[in-house]
Design a protein around this ligand. Structure first.
Ligand code: NAP
Ligand code: HSE
Length: 440
Protein backbone atom coordinates (compact mmCIF):
# COMPACT_ATOMS: atom_id res chain seq x y z
CA UNK A 1 0.00 0.00 0.00
CA UNK A 2 1.32 3.46 -0.91
CA UNK A 3 2.23 5.87 1.89
CA UNK A 4 -0.65 7.87 3.38
CA UNK A 5 -0.80 11.49 2.23
CA UNK A 6 -1.35 13.64 5.32
CA UNK A 7 -3.57 16.74 5.28
CA UNK A 8 -3.46 19.64 7.71
CA UNK A 9 -6.59 21.78 7.78
CA UNK A 10 -6.94 25.36 9.08
CA UNK A 11 -10.60 25.95 9.97
CA UNK A 12 -13.40 23.48 10.57
CA UNK A 13 -16.61 25.47 10.09
CA UNK A 14 -19.11 25.14 7.25
CA UNK A 15 -16.58 24.27 4.52
CA UNK A 16 -13.99 22.54 6.73
CA UNK A 17 -16.76 20.39 8.21
CA UNK A 18 -17.76 19.31 4.69
CA UNK A 19 -14.13 18.49 3.84
CA UNK A 20 -13.79 16.35 6.99
CA UNK A 21 -17.04 14.53 6.15
CA UNK A 22 -16.01 13.76 2.55
CA UNK A 23 -12.50 12.61 3.51
CA UNK A 24 -14.03 10.28 6.11
CA UNK A 25 -17.05 8.98 4.17
CA UNK A 26 -15.29 8.59 0.79
CA UNK A 27 -11.90 7.36 2.10
CA UNK A 28 -11.85 4.05 0.20
CA UNK A 29 -12.95 5.61 -3.10
CA UNK A 30 -10.34 8.37 -2.82
CA UNK A 31 -7.60 5.83 -2.04
CA UNK A 32 -8.55 4.00 -5.21
CA UNK A 33 -8.64 7.18 -7.30
CA UNK A 34 -5.33 8.62 -6.10
CA UNK A 35 -3.44 5.39 -5.46
CA UNK A 36 -2.72 6.29 -1.82
CA UNK A 37 -4.78 6.84 1.33
CA UNK A 38 -5.54 10.47 2.26
CA UNK A 39 -5.87 11.28 5.97
CA UNK A 40 -6.46 14.36 8.10
CA UNK A 41 -3.43 14.73 10.40
CA UNK A 42 -4.24 17.98 12.28
CA UNK A 43 -6.97 20.62 12.32
CA UNK A 44 -6.18 24.17 13.51
CA UNK A 45 -9.19 26.06 14.92
CA UNK A 46 -9.84 28.89 17.38
CA UNK A 47 -11.75 26.77 19.89
CA UNK A 48 -10.88 23.03 19.97
CA UNK A 49 -13.54 22.46 22.67
CA UNK A 50 -16.45 23.46 20.41
CA UNK A 51 -18.89 20.68 19.40
CA UNK A 52 -18.34 19.79 15.73
CA UNK A 53 -20.98 17.58 14.21
CA UNK A 54 -18.86 16.99 11.10
CA UNK A 55 -16.21 15.16 13.15
CA UNK A 56 -18.68 12.83 14.88
CA UNK A 57 -17.67 9.75 12.88
CA UNK A 58 -13.92 10.48 13.14
CA UNK A 59 -12.34 8.22 15.77
CA UNK A 60 -9.35 10.45 16.67
CA UNK A 61 -11.28 13.77 16.46
CA UNK A 62 -10.08 15.02 19.87
CA UNK A 63 -6.42 14.47 18.92
CA UNK A 64 -6.84 16.18 15.55
CA UNK A 65 -8.03 19.54 16.87
CA UNK A 66 -5.65 22.19 18.16
CA UNK A 67 -5.56 25.94 18.63
CA UNK A 68 -1.75 25.91 18.77
CA UNK A 69 -0.34 27.03 15.42
CA UNK A 70 3.20 25.89 16.28
CA UNK A 71 1.95 22.39 17.14
CA UNK A 72 -0.04 22.35 13.90
CA UNK A 73 2.96 23.26 11.73
CA UNK A 74 5.22 20.83 13.63
CA UNK A 75 2.98 17.90 12.64
CA UNK A 76 4.97 15.34 10.67
CA UNK A 77 3.99 13.95 7.24
CA UNK A 78 1.61 16.75 6.33
CA UNK A 79 2.56 17.86 2.78
CA UNK A 80 -0.82 19.50 2.03
CA UNK A 81 -2.40 22.30 4.06
CA UNK A 82 -6.05 23.21 3.45
CA UNK A 83 -7.01 26.75 4.46
CA UNK A 84 -10.76 27.05 5.07
CA UNK A 85 -10.69 29.61 7.88
CA UNK A 86 -11.25 32.72 5.77
CA UNK A 87 -10.09 36.32 6.15
CA UNK A 88 -6.56 37.71 5.99
CA UNK A 89 -4.23 38.80 8.84
CA UNK A 90 -3.10 35.77 10.80
CA UNK A 91 -4.64 33.40 8.22
CA UNK A 92 -2.43 34.97 5.55
CA UNK A 93 0.55 34.35 7.86
CA UNK A 94 -0.45 30.68 8.16
CA UNK A 95 -0.69 30.29 4.39
CA UNK A 96 2.72 31.96 3.95
CA UNK A 97 4.19 29.72 6.65
CA UNK A 98 2.88 26.59 4.93
CA UNK A 99 4.22 27.70 1.52
CA UNK A 100 7.61 28.63 3.01
CA UNK A 101 7.83 25.08 4.36
CA UNK A 102 7.22 23.77 0.81
CA UNK A 103 3.72 22.54 1.61
CA UNK A 104 1.05 22.68 -1.07
CA UNK A 105 -1.91 24.86 -0.11
CA UNK A 106 -5.57 24.38 -0.98
CA UNK A 107 -7.65 27.45 -0.23
CA UNK A 108 -11.27 28.58 -0.57
CA UNK A 109 -10.30 32.13 0.41
CA UNK A 110 -11.04 34.54 -2.47
CA UNK A 111 -10.57 37.61 -0.24
CA UNK A 112 -6.99 36.53 0.48
CA UNK A 113 -6.15 35.58 -3.13
CA UNK A 114 -7.70 38.69 -4.68
CA UNK A 115 -5.68 40.94 -2.37
CA UNK A 116 -2.41 39.02 -1.90
CA UNK A 117 -2.47 36.45 -4.72
CA UNK A 118 0.59 37.84 -6.53
CA UNK A 119 2.81 37.52 -3.44
CA UNK A 120 1.39 34.12 -2.44
CA UNK A 121 1.83 32.58 -5.90
CA UNK A 122 5.40 33.94 -6.01
CA UNK A 123 6.15 32.42 -2.60
CA UNK A 124 4.70 29.11 -3.78
CA UNK A 125 6.83 29.09 -6.94
CA UNK A 126 9.98 29.96 -4.90
CA UNK A 127 9.36 27.00 -2.59
CA UNK A 128 8.33 24.40 -5.21
CA UNK A 129 4.88 24.40 -3.66
CA UNK A 130 1.52 24.77 -5.40
CA UNK A 131 -1.67 26.66 -4.59
CA UNK A 132 -4.99 25.09 -5.61
CA UNK A 133 -8.04 27.36 -5.30
CA UNK A 134 -11.03 25.86 -7.09
CA UNK A 135 -13.37 26.57 -4.15
CA UNK A 136 -12.47 30.27 -4.09
CA UNK A 137 -14.82 31.05 -7.00
CA UNK A 138 -18.35 29.76 -7.64
CA UNK A 139 -18.31 27.09 -4.88
CA UNK A 140 -18.74 23.62 -6.34
CA UNK A 141 -18.59 24.57 -10.04
CA UNK A 142 -15.14 23.79 -11.51
CA UNK A 143 -14.74 27.19 -13.18
CA UNK A 144 -11.09 27.62 -12.20
CA UNK A 145 -10.25 24.28 -13.79
CA UNK A 146 -12.25 25.28 -16.88
CA UNK A 147 -10.39 28.58 -17.29
CA UNK A 148 -6.93 27.23 -16.41
CA UNK A 149 -7.06 24.04 -18.43
CA UNK A 150 -10.30 23.16 -20.24
CA UNK A 151 -10.54 26.43 -22.21
CA UNK A 152 -6.79 27.00 -22.53
CA UNK A 153 -6.96 27.03 -26.36
CA UNK A 154 -9.11 30.16 -26.37
CA UNK A 155 -8.63 33.88 -26.28
CA UNK A 156 -11.26 34.64 -23.64
CA UNK A 157 -13.32 37.69 -24.56
CA UNK A 158 -15.75 38.07 -21.68
CA UNK A 159 -17.10 36.60 -18.46
CA UNK A 160 -20.61 37.14 -17.11
CA UNK A 161 -21.10 35.55 -13.71
CA UNK A 162 -23.55 35.09 -10.90
CA UNK A 163 -20.80 34.70 -8.33
CA UNK A 164 -22.40 35.15 -4.93
CA UNK A 165 -24.82 32.52 -3.66
CA UNK A 166 -26.05 34.67 -0.78
CA UNK A 167 -27.03 37.56 -3.07
CA UNK A 168 -28.61 35.26 -5.62
CA UNK A 169 -30.58 33.57 -2.85
CA UNK A 170 -31.77 36.94 -1.48
CA UNK A 171 -32.76 38.25 -4.93
CA UNK A 172 -34.60 35.02 -5.75
CA UNK A 173 -36.54 35.07 -2.49
CA UNK A 174 -37.40 38.77 -2.87
CA UNK A 175 -38.48 38.34 -6.51
CA UNK A 176 -40.34 35.02 -6.36
CA UNK A 177 -41.70 34.98 -2.80
CA UNK A 178 -41.83 38.71 -2.01
CA UNK A 179 -39.73 38.10 1.12
CA UNK A 180 -38.05 41.07 2.72
CA UNK A 181 -34.33 41.62 2.20
CA UNK A 182 -33.65 41.11 5.95
CA UNK A 183 -35.54 37.78 6.16
CA UNK A 184 -33.85 36.40 3.02
CA UNK A 185 -30.39 37.43 4.29
CA UNK A 186 -30.99 35.70 7.63
CA UNK A 187 -32.02 32.50 5.80
CA UNK A 188 -28.85 32.63 3.67
CA UNK A 189 -26.77 33.00 6.84
CA UNK A 190 -28.56 30.10 8.56
CA UNK A 191 -27.96 27.90 5.50
CA UNK A 192 -24.18 28.58 5.70
CA UNK A 193 -23.94 30.46 2.38
CA UNK A 194 -22.94 33.84 3.78
CA UNK A 195 -19.48 35.00 4.80
CA UNK A 196 -18.72 35.38 8.53
CA UNK A 197 -19.30 39.10 7.86
CA UNK A 198 -22.28 39.10 5.43
CA UNK A 199 -21.67 42.73 4.42
CA UNK A 200 -18.93 41.23 2.24
CA UNK A 201 -21.67 39.39 0.30
CA UNK A 202 -24.33 42.08 0.00
CA UNK A 203 -21.84 44.90 -0.75
CA UNK A 204 -20.62 42.98 -3.81
CA UNK A 205 -17.11 42.68 -2.30
CA UNK A 206 -17.11 38.86 -2.29
CA UNK A 207 -18.19 38.71 -5.94
CA UNK A 208 -15.59 41.37 -6.82
CA UNK A 209 -12.81 39.26 -5.28
CA UNK A 210 -13.98 36.24 -7.30
CA UNK A 211 -14.25 38.24 -10.51
CA UNK A 212 -10.72 39.60 -10.03
CA UNK A 213 -9.38 36.03 -9.76
CA UNK A 214 -11.41 34.72 -12.72
CA UNK A 215 -10.59 37.69 -14.98
CA UNK A 216 -6.87 37.40 -14.17
CA UNK A 217 -6.92 33.74 -15.20
CA UNK A 218 -9.10 34.39 -18.26
CA UNK A 219 -7.17 37.36 -19.65
CA UNK A 220 -3.65 36.57 -18.38
CA UNK A 221 -3.24 39.91 -16.61
CA UNK A 222 -2.94 40.94 -12.97
CA UNK A 223 -6.13 42.41 -11.49
CA UNK A 224 -6.65 43.42 -7.86
CA UNK A 225 -10.07 43.23 -6.22
CA UNK A 226 -10.03 47.00 -5.60
CA UNK A 227 -9.83 47.58 -9.37
CA UNK A 228 -13.27 46.01 -9.78
CA UNK A 229 -15.99 48.69 -9.99
CA UNK A 230 -18.43 47.40 -7.37
CA UNK A 231 -22.00 48.04 -6.27
CA UNK A 232 -23.96 45.70 -3.97
CA UNK A 233 -27.58 44.69 -3.61
CA UNK A 234 -28.06 46.41 -0.25
CA UNK A 235 -29.57 49.55 -1.81
CA UNK A 236 -31.99 47.75 -4.16
CA UNK A 237 -35.67 48.65 -3.92
CA UNK A 238 -38.38 46.01 -4.51
CA UNK A 239 -40.26 48.50 -6.69
CA UNK A 240 -37.43 48.43 -9.28
CA UNK A 241 -37.40 44.63 -9.32
CA UNK A 242 -41.15 44.74 -10.10
CA UNK A 243 -40.89 47.51 -12.72
CA UNK A 244 -37.97 45.70 -14.37
CA UNK A 245 -40.07 42.52 -14.52
CA UNK A 246 -42.79 44.47 -16.39
CA UNK A 247 -40.14 45.26 -19.02
CA UNK A 248 -39.16 41.58 -19.29
CA UNK A 249 -36.08 41.65 -17.08
CA UNK A 250 -34.83 39.65 -14.08
CA UNK A 251 -32.46 41.22 -11.57
CA UNK A 252 -29.12 39.53 -10.78
CA UNK A 253 -25.92 40.59 -9.05
CA UNK A 254 -23.62 40.12 -12.02
CA UNK A 255 -19.84 40.15 -12.34
CA UNK A 256 -18.83 41.25 -15.83
CA UNK A 257 -15.29 41.18 -17.22
CA UNK A 258 -14.47 42.18 -20.79
CA UNK A 259 -11.22 42.15 -22.71
CA UNK A 260 -11.29 44.70 -25.52
CA UNK A 261 -9.55 44.38 -28.91
CA UNK A 262 -7.08 47.05 -27.70
CA UNK A 263 -6.13 44.91 -24.66
CA UNK A 264 -7.94 47.13 -22.13
CA UNK A 265 -9.92 45.31 -19.47
CA UNK A 266 -13.16 46.30 -17.76
CA UNK A 267 -14.26 44.51 -14.60
CA UNK A 268 -17.36 45.33 -12.63
CA UNK A 269 -19.88 43.87 -10.19
CA UNK A 270 -23.33 45.39 -9.82
CA UNK A 271 -27.03 44.57 -9.77
CA UNK A 272 -28.06 44.09 -13.32
CA UNK A 273 -31.20 43.51 -15.35
CA UNK A 274 -30.98 40.64 -17.83
CA UNK A 275 -33.55 39.33 -20.28
CA UNK A 276 -35.79 37.00 -18.24
CA UNK A 277 -35.75 34.44 -21.10
CA UNK A 278 -31.97 33.83 -20.94
CA UNK A 279 -30.43 30.77 -19.29
CA UNK A 280 -28.58 32.96 -16.80
CA UNK A 281 -31.91 34.38 -15.62
CA UNK A 282 -33.03 30.83 -14.73
CA UNK A 283 -30.20 30.47 -12.19
CA UNK A 284 -31.90 30.85 -8.82
CA UNK A 285 -31.23 30.54 -5.08
CA UNK A 286 -27.70 29.64 -3.95
CA UNK A 287 -26.77 28.55 -7.48
CA UNK A 288 -23.98 30.35 -9.32
CA UNK A 289 -23.22 30.51 -13.03
CA UNK A 290 -20.41 31.66 -15.26
CA UNK A 291 -20.93 32.43 -18.94
CA UNK A 292 -17.55 32.36 -20.69
CA UNK A 293 -17.04 33.67 -24.24
CA UNK A 294 -14.01 32.26 -26.02
CA UNK A 295 -12.96 33.12 -29.57
CA UNK A 296 -12.88 29.46 -30.63
CA UNK A 297 -15.46 27.79 -28.42
CA UNK A 298 -18.12 30.53 -28.46
CA UNK A 299 -20.23 30.54 -25.28
CA UNK A 300 -19.92 28.01 -22.47
CA UNK A 301 -22.22 28.19 -19.46
CA UNK A 302 -21.14 26.65 -16.15
CA UNK A 303 -23.90 26.29 -13.54
CA UNK A 304 -24.07 24.72 -10.10
CA UNK A 305 -24.22 25.33 -6.38
CA UNK A 306 -22.07 28.33 -5.51
CA UNK A 307 -22.07 28.02 -1.74
CA UNK A 308 -22.81 25.66 1.11
CA UNK A 309 -21.06 22.85 2.97
CA UNK A 310 -20.78 19.92 0.57
CA UNK A 311 -20.77 21.78 -2.78
CA UNK A 312 -17.80 23.86 -1.59
CA UNK A 313 -16.14 20.84 0.03
CA UNK A 314 -16.47 19.09 -3.35
CA UNK A 315 -14.15 21.70 -4.88
CA UNK A 316 -11.72 21.67 -1.94
CA UNK A 317 -11.44 17.88 -1.85
CA UNK A 318 -11.05 17.69 -5.64
CA UNK A 319 -8.09 20.08 -5.26
CA UNK A 320 -6.64 17.82 -2.54
CA UNK A 321 -6.99 14.78 -4.80
CA UNK A 322 -5.47 16.57 -7.80
CA UNK A 323 -2.49 17.55 -5.63
CA UNK A 324 -2.22 14.10 -4.08
CA UNK A 325 -2.08 12.48 -7.51
CA UNK A 326 0.86 14.70 -8.45
CA UNK A 327 -0.18 16.23 -11.77
CA UNK A 328 -1.41 19.59 -10.45
CA UNK A 329 1.85 20.50 -8.69
CA UNK A 330 3.76 19.79 -11.92
CA UNK A 331 1.40 21.98 -13.93
CA UNK A 332 1.69 24.71 -11.31
CA UNK A 333 5.48 24.64 -11.50
CA UNK A 334 5.65 24.72 -15.32
CA UNK A 335 2.77 26.87 -16.47
CA UNK A 336 2.68 30.65 -16.38
CA UNK A 337 -0.98 31.20 -15.58
CA UNK A 338 -0.84 32.79 -12.14
CA UNK A 339 -0.74 36.43 -11.00
CA UNK A 340 2.97 36.50 -10.06
CA UNK A 341 3.88 35.87 -13.70
CA UNK A 342 1.51 38.42 -15.25
CA UNK A 343 1.64 42.12 -16.06
CA UNK A 344 -0.90 44.49 -14.47
CA UNK A 345 -4.10 44.98 -16.48
CA UNK A 346 -4.78 48.23 -18.35
CA UNK A 347 -8.21 49.13 -17.01
CA UNK A 348 -11.09 50.95 -18.67
CA UNK A 349 -12.06 53.85 -16.36
CA UNK A 350 -15.47 53.70 -14.60
CA UNK A 351 -16.70 56.72 -16.61
CA UNK A 352 -15.88 54.97 -19.88
CA UNK A 353 -17.73 51.75 -19.05
CA UNK A 354 -20.46 51.29 -21.65
CA UNK A 355 -23.80 49.67 -20.84
CA UNK A 356 -27.52 49.99 -21.31
CA UNK A 357 -29.29 51.54 -18.33
CA UNK A 358 -32.62 51.41 -16.48
CA UNK A 359 -33.34 54.79 -14.89
CA UNK A 360 -36.17 55.63 -12.49
CA UNK A 361 -37.08 59.04 -11.14
CA UNK A 362 -40.05 60.12 -9.09
CA UNK A 363 -41.44 62.99 -11.11
CA UNK A 364 -44.37 65.37 -10.78
CA UNK A 365 -47.13 64.30 -13.18
CA UNK A 366 -47.70 67.56 -15.05
CA UNK A 367 -47.11 68.86 -18.60
CA UNK A 368 -43.52 69.28 -19.79
CA UNK A 369 -41.82 67.16 -17.10
CA UNK A 370 -41.01 64.22 -19.38
CA UNK A 371 -39.64 66.69 -21.96
CA UNK A 372 -37.26 68.20 -19.36
CA UNK A 373 -35.93 64.76 -18.42
CA UNK A 374 -35.49 63.49 -21.96
CA UNK A 375 -33.87 66.80 -23.07
CA UNK A 376 -31.11 66.37 -20.46
CA UNK A 377 -30.45 62.81 -21.63
CA UNK A 378 -30.53 63.88 -25.28
CA UNK A 379 -28.01 66.68 -24.63
CA UNK A 380 -25.61 64.04 -23.24
CA UNK A 381 -26.02 61.95 -26.39
CA UNK A 382 -27.95 59.21 -24.57
CA UNK A 383 -30.45 57.44 -26.79
CA UNK A 384 -33.66 56.14 -25.17
CA UNK A 385 -34.92 52.62 -25.72
CA UNK A 386 -38.20 52.70 -23.74
CA UNK A 387 -40.18 55.06 -21.51
CA UNK A 388 -42.78 53.84 -19.00
CA UNK A 389 -45.10 55.71 -16.68
CA UNK A 390 -48.22 54.27 -15.04
CA UNK A 391 -51.44 56.26 -14.93
CA UNK A 392 -51.91 58.33 -11.78
CA UNK A 393 -53.92 61.25 -10.50
CA UNK A 394 -52.65 64.42 -12.23
CA UNK A 395 -50.37 66.58 -10.12
CA UNK A 396 -49.01 63.63 -8.05
CA UNK A 397 -45.48 62.19 -7.93
CA UNK A 398 -45.15 59.08 -10.16
CA UNK A 399 -42.26 56.76 -10.98
CA UNK A 400 -40.98 57.39 -14.51
CA UNK A 401 -38.86 54.57 -15.93
CA UNK A 402 -36.54 55.05 -18.89
CA UNK A 403 -34.29 52.44 -20.49
CA UNK A 404 -31.41 53.57 -22.67
CA UNK A 405 -29.41 52.16 -25.54
CA UNK A 406 -25.67 51.66 -24.89
CA UNK A 407 -24.24 54.74 -23.19
CA UNK A 408 -21.10 55.80 -21.30
CA UNK A 409 -21.52 55.48 -17.54
CA UNK A 410 -19.97 58.94 -17.03
CA UNK A 411 -22.55 60.54 -19.34
CA UNK A 412 -25.43 58.79 -17.57
CA UNK A 413 -24.21 59.76 -14.08
CA UNK A 414 -23.75 63.39 -15.17
CA UNK A 415 -27.27 63.49 -16.62
CA UNK A 416 -28.78 61.94 -13.50
CA UNK A 417 -27.19 64.65 -11.37
CA UNK A 418 -28.81 67.30 -13.58
CA UNK A 419 -32.17 65.47 -13.49
CA UNK A 420 -32.01 65.17 -9.67
CA UNK A 421 -31.60 68.97 -9.53
CA UNK A 422 -34.92 69.64 -11.34
CA UNK A 423 -37.61 71.00 -9.03
CA UNK A 424 -40.16 68.51 -10.45
CA UNK A 425 -38.10 65.54 -9.22
CA UNK A 426 -38.36 64.02 -5.74
CA UNK A 427 -35.61 61.95 -4.11
CA UNK A 428 -32.59 60.23 -5.62
CA UNK A 429 -32.79 58.86 -9.19
CA UNK A 430 -32.26 55.10 -9.44
CA UNK A 431 -29.82 53.73 -12.01
CA UNK A 432 -29.49 49.99 -12.73
CA UNK A 433 -27.43 48.58 -15.57
CA UNK A 434 -28.96 46.31 -18.22
CA UNK A 435 -26.67 43.62 -19.64
CA UNK A 436 -27.14 42.27 -23.14
CA UNK A 437 -25.55 38.84 -22.85
CA UNK A 438 -23.31 37.53 -25.63
CA UNK A 439 -25.04 35.07 -27.98
CA UNK A 440 -23.81 32.17 -30.06
P1 NAP B 1 -16.88 29.42 9.03
O1 NAP B 1 -18.03 28.49 9.05
O2 NAP B 1 -16.99 30.72 9.75
O3 NAP B 1 -15.61 28.60 9.60
C1 NAP B 1 -14.38 29.20 9.83
C2 NAP B 1 -13.50 28.21 10.56
O4 NAP B 1 -12.19 28.75 10.64
C3 NAP B 1 -13.93 27.91 11.98
O5 NAP B 1 -13.77 26.54 12.24
C4 NAP B 1 -12.97 28.73 12.84
O6 NAP B 1 -12.63 28.13 14.09
C5 NAP B 1 -11.73 28.74 11.97
N1 NAP B 1 -10.90 29.93 12.15
C6 NAP B 1 -11.22 31.21 11.88
N2 NAP B 1 -10.19 32.03 12.17
C7 NAP B 1 -9.21 31.22 12.62
C8 NAP B 1 -7.89 31.46 13.08
N3 NAP B 1 -7.38 32.69 13.13
N4 NAP B 1 -7.14 30.40 13.48
C9 NAP B 1 -7.65 29.14 13.42
N5 NAP B 1 -8.88 28.86 12.98
C10 NAP B 1 -9.64 29.89 12.59
O7 NAP B 1 -16.44 29.78 7.54
P2 NAP B 1 -16.79 28.99 6.19
O8 NAP B 1 -18.14 29.39 5.71
O9 NAP B 1 -16.46 27.55 6.36
O10 NAP B 1 -15.76 29.69 5.17
C11 NAP B 1 -14.39 29.38 5.19
C12 NAP B 1 -13.72 29.90 3.93
O11 NAP B 1 -14.33 29.32 2.80
C13 NAP B 1 -13.83 31.42 3.72
O12 NAP B 1 -12.67 31.89 3.10
C14 NAP B 1 -15.01 31.56 2.76
O13 NAP B 1 -14.94 32.73 1.99
C15 NAP B 1 -14.79 30.34 1.91
N6 NAP B 1 -15.97 29.83 1.22
C16 NAP B 1 -17.11 29.59 1.92
C17 NAP B 1 -18.22 29.06 1.26
C18 NAP B 1 -19.50 28.78 1.99
O14 NAP B 1 -20.48 28.42 1.32
N7 NAP B 1 -19.56 28.90 3.31
C19 NAP B 1 -18.13 28.79 -0.10
C20 NAP B 1 -16.92 29.04 -0.81
C21 NAP B 1 -15.85 29.56 -0.12
P3 NAP B 1 -13.74 27.87 15.25
O15 NAP B 1 -14.66 26.82 14.67
O16 NAP B 1 -12.98 27.38 16.40
O17 NAP B 1 -14.42 29.18 15.46
N1 HSE C 1 -20.49 33.77 0.78
C1 HSE C 1 -20.23 33.18 -0.48
C2 HSE C 1 -21.49 33.19 -1.32
C3 HSE C 1 -19.73 31.78 -0.31
O1 HSE C 1 -22.57 33.45 -0.78
O2 HSE C 1 -21.41 32.96 -2.52
C4 HSE C 1 -19.21 31.17 -1.57
O3 HSE C 1 -18.02 31.76 -1.95
Amino acid sequence: VAKTIGIGMIGCGTVGGGVARLLHDMADTYTQRVGAPIALRRVLVRDPGKHRDALRGVSNAADLLTADADAFFATADMPIVVEVAGGRGVVSQYVRRALSMGKHVVTANKALLAAEGGELFKLAHENQAAIAFEASCAGGIPVITALQFGLMANRIQSLHGILNGTCNYILTEMTQKAKSYAVALKEAQDAGFAEADPTLDVSGGDAAAKLAILAALAFGVRIDADQVWTQGIDQLDLVDIKLGAELGYDIKLLGIAQHGQDGAVSVRVHPCFIDARTLLAQVHGPFNALLVSGHAVGQTLHVGRGAGELPTASAVVSDILNLASGWYAQAFARMRLWPDTQTPARMVSADDLVSRFYLRVNALDKPGVMAQITRILGEAGISLSAVMQHESAAGRMVPVVITTHAARQGAVQGSLQRIAGLDVIEGRPVCIRIADLPQG
